[in-house]
Design a protein around this ligand. Structure first.
Ligand SMILES: Nc1ncnc2c1ncn2[C@@H]1O[C@H](COP(=O)(O)OP(=O)(O)OP(=O)(O)O)[C@@H](O)[C@H]1O
Length: 274
C-alpha cells in the first residue's frame, strides 16, 4: 500500500508549490492512475515514493513505513520504476538490462538471467530478441523490456511514469492490454501517471484527476468519474460533453448494436451473462 499524507513540494522558496497538500491511498494489489495535464505535479508525486524527490512537508508511507527513514538506494532497488523512454542501459542487452535488478538484489548471474528471461517472456518479448541491444529493438519492444525491468524489483510496488507515451497508438494499445493481463496475474500495487484520460480509464481501478499544484479535482472509479464529473474542469478533461462518448442502441436485422455518437458500432447487446 502507498499512502501520501498531506504532501507538499516546493522546488525553491521563490516558486509556488509544485504539489500542495496532496493525500491519497493506493491499496495493495490495485492500479491507481494519476491523470492531469502537463506540469500539474504528477511526476513530482510519483518520485516521492522512491525518494527521487523528497517532500517539503507531509509523508509518504509504503506498507505503513515512512519512506523518509529508508535508505534511498535500497528503496529504489525494491520499487519498480518504468519511464517513458524506457531508460535502458545502451551497452547492455535486453536480458542484461532486466538482470541488473536481481543481480543488485544479490542473486547470482545464472539465477538473475533466468529470472530476466522469465520476465521478458511475461511481457511478451520474443525470446530471440533477449540478447539484442536496446538500439536494435523497436520503441515498443524497448518499453516491454522497461516493464520487465520494473517487474524485476522484489517489492510489489510499481511506479509507471507515462510508460507508453512515446509509442504509436497501435503498439500503445497492445502494451496497455499486456499490462492489464500481467496485472491480473501478478496483482502489483501500481501507481501510473498519464496525461491521456482514455489510458487512465482503461488501466485504472481508481483514477485521480489532477489540476495544477497536484490539486485533486476528483477521484473515483472510471465509471464514477464518467457518470458524474465533479465539476466543469473534470467534465471538460474527461470529455463528458463529447458526442462520441454518448452511446445508443440501434437495431439492424434484428440484432441490437451499441453505437457511439458518430455511428460507429461498438458491440452487440445480448441477454447472455458475460
Ligand atoms: N527539479 C525541478 N526543479 C524546479 N521545478 C521543478 C522541478 N521538477 C518539476 N518542477 C516544476 O514542478 C511543477 C510540476 O512538475 P511535474 O514534472 O511534477 O509535472 P507533471 O504533471 O509530471 O508534468 P509533465 O506531464 O509535463 O511531466 C512544474 O511547474 C515544474 O516546472
Amino acid at each position: 500500500m502507498i499512502e501520501f499524507e498531506g504532501v507538499t513540494k516546493r522546488y525553491s522558496s521563490a516558486s509556488g508549490a509544485a504539489v500542495d497538500d496532496f493525500s491519497l491511498v493506493v491499496p495493495r494489489g490495485t492500479t491507481t492512475v494519476l491523470v492531469g495535464s502537463s506540469g500539474c505535479g504528477k511526476t513530482t508525486l510519483l518520485r516521492m515514493v522512491n525518494r527521487m524527490v523528497d517532500p517539503t512537508r507531509g509523508r509518504v508511507l509504503l506498507d505503513g513505513e515512512d519512506v523518509a527513514g529508508r535508505d534511498p538506494v535500497a528503496l529504489r532497488r525494491s520499487v519498480g520504476y518504468v519511464m517513458q523512454n524506457s531508460g535502458l542501459l545502451p551497452h547492455r542487452t535486453a536480458a542484461q538490462n532486466v538482470a541488473v535488478v536481481p543481480r543488485l538484489a544479490g542473486r547470482d548471474r545464472a539465477a538473475a538471467r533466468s529470472r530476466s528471461l522469465e520476465l521478458l517472456e511475461l511481457v511478451g518479448l520474443d525470446p530471440e530478441l533477449a540478447d539484442r541491444y536496446p538500439a536494435q529493438l523497436s520503441g515498443g519492444q524497448q518499453q516491454r523490456v522497461g516493464v520487465a525491468r520494473g517487474l524485476a524489483a522484489e517489492g510489489d510496488v510499481l511506479l509507471m511514469d507515462e510508460p507508453f507515451g512515446a509509442v504509436d497508438p497501435v503498439v500503445r494499445g497492445e502494451l496497455q492490454h499486456e499490462l492489464l493481463r500481467i496485472q491480473r496475474e501478478l496483482s502489483r500495487t501500481i501507481l501510473f501517471i498519464t496525461h491521456d484520460v482514455e489510458e487512465a480509464f482503461l488501466l485504472g481501478e481508481e483514477v485521480v484527476i489532477l489540476s495544477r499544484g497536484g490539486h485533486v479535482e476528483q477521484r473515483g472509479t472510471p465509471a464514477d468519474v464518467l457518470a458524474a464529473p465533479a465539476n466543469e474542469f473534470v467534465a471538460a478533461f474527461v470529455g463528458a460533453h463529447r458526442r462520441d462518448r454518448r452511446l445508443r442502441v440501434d437495431e439492424r436485422d434484428g440484432v441490437r448494436l451499441v453505437v457511439d455518437g458518430r455511428d460507429r458500432p461498438l458491440g452487440v447487446l445480448t441477454d447472455e451473462a458475460p
